[in-house]
Ligand binder design. Structure first.
Ligand code: SAM
Length: 433
């Protein structure tokens, strides 16, 4: 078995630079030469200890994949040949179940399903020939091992997924609410806002507030960062079932993570993080999630309308939020009454989800909500900086505020912007303006 692997960490589009900084910090200086920023992810070389470390700590990667083979291809037969030469029996035993997933960008192949089938056949044949005639079974729902194939127009890459369930699943969420943000995207928002530095893993000494906190994703992510907690300390990973798994090394990595979290109480004590939501049910969800995430003592969670809540502390502070958008997450509170139905507008081509939201609940674009929100902020939040994630290209207009930064970030298939607004007290204006 090799002692060093080529690793690929996929991430949401727009997150690559932050992930590069995070991986650089986790991999250390000796791997700096091997770091490559690609579209949709980061490549790095590293040993098994780094595989564990990246899985345990990365807040921005979706998975940690080991590259097993890469070659030019033209047909499904070429994929079979590539896969049959991978020593799968070194990675897992025939007792483990597996699944093959294929993603493609400009592949000439007609059926990705057939491509997956050929890779599955190669893997099974390889086991039969090298593991005493037995082969592992396929389990498409809960496989022990996930094999990922990525096809470009000319090149095929085979990966072994060491993470299993996507890394945004931190292991603490039971209460979801209607539209929870992925934890990886919440971390990306905190990185893009500058509140969290993914390279040094430090957080800013500024209070953080999410006035539409829902199930608490942003504030819980922020609190774990402030406490120096590992992202995946509460979950299991696919690598625990792979042959190279070393229980002692893993126990040591987790022990170091626990010690690191315990070593930061003073730093964390100075950080103030607040969340509120108009729906008391959501605040309950956030509280339960915070307890399971081990950060309840770091958070101050309240019920209340974002249009009425006063700042939780003196300026300066940072607001980070994904405000209500579309029917599923309708604006509530004082702005809920008497809404209009504006048209469908977004960044780029609206995705199906944005489409549905726009068509079905267009009034929930919340013109009244955003107009009242900016009025409220100008009256009470002088000196705060607000970062809002939204797919709505018209948001600055609705807020009647000028965005001082726009960071493109994708929420699954939905193109969004993280917009920065520097809130200043309302100045007297001439009548009629
Ligand atoms: C897009 S969701 C936020 C999801 C959240 N980031 C999470 O991860 O669960 C928007 C939230 O805004 C809340 N909301 C709607 N109108 C509000 C208002 N006027 N004041 C405060 N919260 C409001 C909804 O209850 C919902 O939880």
């Amino acid at each position: 078995m090799m002692s060093e692997f080529a690793l690929f960490l996929p991430c949401a589009a727009g997150v690559e630079d932050y992930l590069l900084a995070e991986v650089q910090g986790l991999a250390g200086a000796q791997q700096a030469h091997s770091l490559v920023r690609l579209r949709g992810g980061v490549r790095v070389r590293g040993d098994w200890a780094l595989v564990l470390r990246l899985n345990l700590w990365s807040r921005l990667a979706q998975h940690v994949l080991i590259e097993l083979a890469r070659a030019p291809y033209q047909t499904e037969g070429d994929l079979y040949d590539l896969a049959v030469h991978v020593p799968w029996e070194h990675w897992f035993s025939p007792r483990e179940t597996f699944r093959v997933d294929v993603t493609a960008h400009a592949s000439p192949l007609r059926s990705l399903q057939f491509a997956a089938l050929r890779v599955k056949d190669a893997l099974a044949d390889r086991f039969r020939a090298n593991a005493g005639g037995v082969r592992p079974s396929v389990d498409t729902h809960r496989p022990d091992v996930a094999v990922r194939v990525h096809l470009t127009a000319t090149e095929a890459t085979l990966y072994l997924d060491t993470s299993g369930a996507p890394l945004f699943k931190r292991g603490w969420r039971f209460d979801k609410g209607a539209a929870p943000l992925k934890e990886t995207l919440a971390a990306a928002m905190l990185a893009a806002s500058g509140w969290w530095n993914p390279a040094t893993r430090q957080v800013a000494a500024l209070p953080l507030y999410d006035p539409c906190c829902g199930s608490g994703t942003i504030v819980i992510e922020a609190a774990q960062l402030a406490m120096g907690m590992a992202a995946g300390g509460e979950r299991h990973f696919a690598f625990e079932r792979l042959r190279p798994h070393d229980g002692t090394l893993w126990a040591q990595a987790k022990g170091e993570a626990r010690a690191a979290a315990g070593a930061q109480p003073d730093a964390a004590a100075g950080v103030r993080i607040f969340g509120s939501d108009v729906a008391h049910r959501m605040v309950d969800f956030a509280e339960h999630n915070a307890q399971r995430a081990g950060v309840e003592r770091m958070l101050q969670l309240r019920g209340g309308d974002a249009l009425q809540r006063l700042p939780p502390c003196a300026a300066p502070g940072v607001i980070v939020m994904n405000p209500p958008y579309g029917e599923r997450i309708a604006v509530a509170g004082v702005a809920a009454a008497g809404r209009a139905r504006p048209g469908r507008e977004g960044f780029g081509r609206p995705s199906s989800e944005a489409d549905v939201a726009g068509a079905a609940g267009a009034d929930d674009r919340g013109d009244a909500f955003f107009r009242l929100l900016s009025t409220h902020w100008k009256l009470h939040y002088d000196g705060w900086t607000a970062w809002l994630l939204s797919p709505d290209a018209q948001l600055p207009g609705r807020l009647r505020l000028k965005a001082s930064r726009r960071v493109p970030l994708w929420n699954g298939p939905i193109e969004c912007r993280l917009l920065r607004f520097d809130i200043q007290a309302r100045r007297e204006r001439p009548i009629g303006d």
